[in-house]
Design a protein around this ligand. Structure first.
Ligand code: TRP
Length: 457
């Protein structure tokens, strides 16, 4: 056992990586954000554009990240250092780790709300008919309550920490093997309920009928930004998960499954949300409050509403948990590889940091007035974090990763890594073209777009 401590942890089975990476990708971005963004940007027309970006930009960047990770067998900082020992590329890794801790902090605030709403619904908070005003009131009271929002933030980070402390095969992998089937089962049951509601048809028509007149520069940037965020790209999450992937696995196939699964869940989430909304005659472009404000008004109106409502918020919480796990793991892998910390203290330290950073975010929905509307900036603290990290930093990270793999490390190195163990590099020529020419140009374009227009995604 002497050398066992020097051996790096790895996925214990073939589907370990796919489930964990799909768990990272499938999150609030798919079930909470994708439907309302689609509702605001032309329904099916937006979905088509989105899928196009997943295939042309998301998939190639995902392959790039996984290849870097598996080749270097390191966290993002160590991975860039190993492949390009001279130069400043390791800073891209640092950007990723810092972005990871930041996203973890505010993402866990919203994840905490989903958990809080799960508890609320479970105990019958939404068992009687509610007016929209009452629903708004309940939501505002909940998110502006300091002890409540900080408490749920704490609980959510605690769950995340417990899983990550367990390590790769006996922590993350063990849990995603339970949570991902649960997520899929909940998604299917709830969607079947939604599409069979009276009046569901109008929702399906709205979702499936493309409105191309809504597709403008903003919608294009939104679709690409959403694709990057939803696939967990741009900060080394896939570098980190890829670093635990066995040399015999086919990277193209594994990455393909993750992209497929993530897109499938987003598309199905549309079939869950829109019919439910239209059956109640509600506005499909309801915005971020959609799932917390609009849906609770629907539950009391359907048979077994408390059951389905509880299931829905459990679905959101599970999806969020498998994502926060990946965010924390990036930072833990960094401490373990580079700073030689043991995993457990590293997980405790990093999640404590995320907790402290998350407190102002948790207080930025009315809990503390100036955090809810920062002086001179005019945004809430959480919104500011999301714009600077979720938008700018991830886009910049994805751009630099594409350039690094396409030009600095180069195609030959990638090819050797993908073909390791006799694997076939499917779509090699197409991938090469996309990663060198299409990805950098497209990602740079939306980066400039959001800087210039301040139209965030
Ligand atoms: N992909 C997740 C979602 O859709 C969020 C997420 C988890 C993420 N890990 C990430 C985003 C890493 C970017 C990078 O909700």
């Amino acid at each position: 056992m002497q050398h066992a401590s020097h051996e790096r942890d790895a996925w214990g089975s073939r589907i370990g990586f796919v489930l964990a990476a799909a768990g990272s990708a499938v999150g609030l971005g798919n079930i909470w954000r994708f439907p309302y963004v689609t509702g605001q940007n032309g329904g099916a027309a937006f979905v088509v554009l989105y899928i196009l970006f997943v295939l042309l930009i998301g998939m190639p960047v995902m392959v790039a990240e996984v290849v870097v990770g598996r080749h270097a067998r390191r966290n993002p900082v160590g991975a860039f250092r190993r492949i390009a020992p001279k130069g400043l590329w390791y800073l891209v890794g640092f950007l990723g780790v810092a972005t990871g801790i930041g996203i973890l902090s505010y993402y866990s605030v919203i994840a905490g709300w989903t958990f809080g709403y799960f508890i609320k619904t479970l105990f019958g908070a939404f068992s009687r008919t509610l007016t929209p005003e009452e629903s708004i009131e309940i939501f505002n009271r909940f998110v502006s309550h300091p002890a409540m929002s900080i408490g749920y933030l704490f609980v959510f980070l605690l769950l995340t920490t417990i899983v990550v402390m367990g390590g790769i095969s006996s922590g993350i992998e063990r849990w995603v093997k339970i949570l991902m089937p649960l997520l899929l089962a909940l998604l299917v049951i709830l969607t079947l309920r939604s599409v069979t509601l009276e009046g569901a048809r109008k929702g399906l028509e709205f979702y499936l009928k493309p409105d191309f007149s809504k597709i403008d520069g903003g919608a294009v940037a939104m679709a690409l930004g959403q694709a990057l965020f939803s696939l967990s790209l741009g900060m080394g999450a896939m570098i980190t998960y890829g670093s635990y992937l066995g040399k015999r696995e086919n990277i193209i196939v594994s990455a393909g499954w993750v992209c497929f699964f993530d897109t499938l869940v987003a598309v199905i989430a549309g079939f869950l949300i829109f019919p439910a909304l239209f059956s109640m005659g509600l506005d499909p472009a309801g915005g971020p409050g959609l799932v917390f404000i609009v849906l609770p008004t629907i539950f009391p109106e359907i048979p077994l509403g408390t059951f389905f409502g509880t299931g829905f918020f459990l679905l959101l919480a599970v999806a969020a948990l498998t994502s926060t796990i990946s965010l924390l793991e990036v930072t833990v892998a960094y401490m373990v590889d580079e700073k030689k910390w043991r995993r457990k203290p590293a997980a405790l330290f990093m999640s404590s940091l995320a907790f402290v950073l998350g407190i102002p975010a948790a207080l930025s929905f009315g809990g503390v007035a100036w955090l809810s509307r920062l002086p001179r900036i005019g945004l809430g603290f959480l919104d500011l974090m999301n714009i600077s990290l979720g938008n700018y930093s991830l886009t910049l990270g994805a751009l630099l990763i594409a350039i690094f793999v396409g030009y600095k490390w180069g195609i030959a190195g990638v090819r050797a890594e993908v073909e390791e163990g006799g694997n076939v590099f499917f779509f090699r020529k197409i991938w090469t073209f996309l990663i060198r020419f299409i990805c950098p140009v497209a990602i740079f374009a939306i980066f400039v777009y959001i800087v210039v227009t301040k139209n965030y995604f």
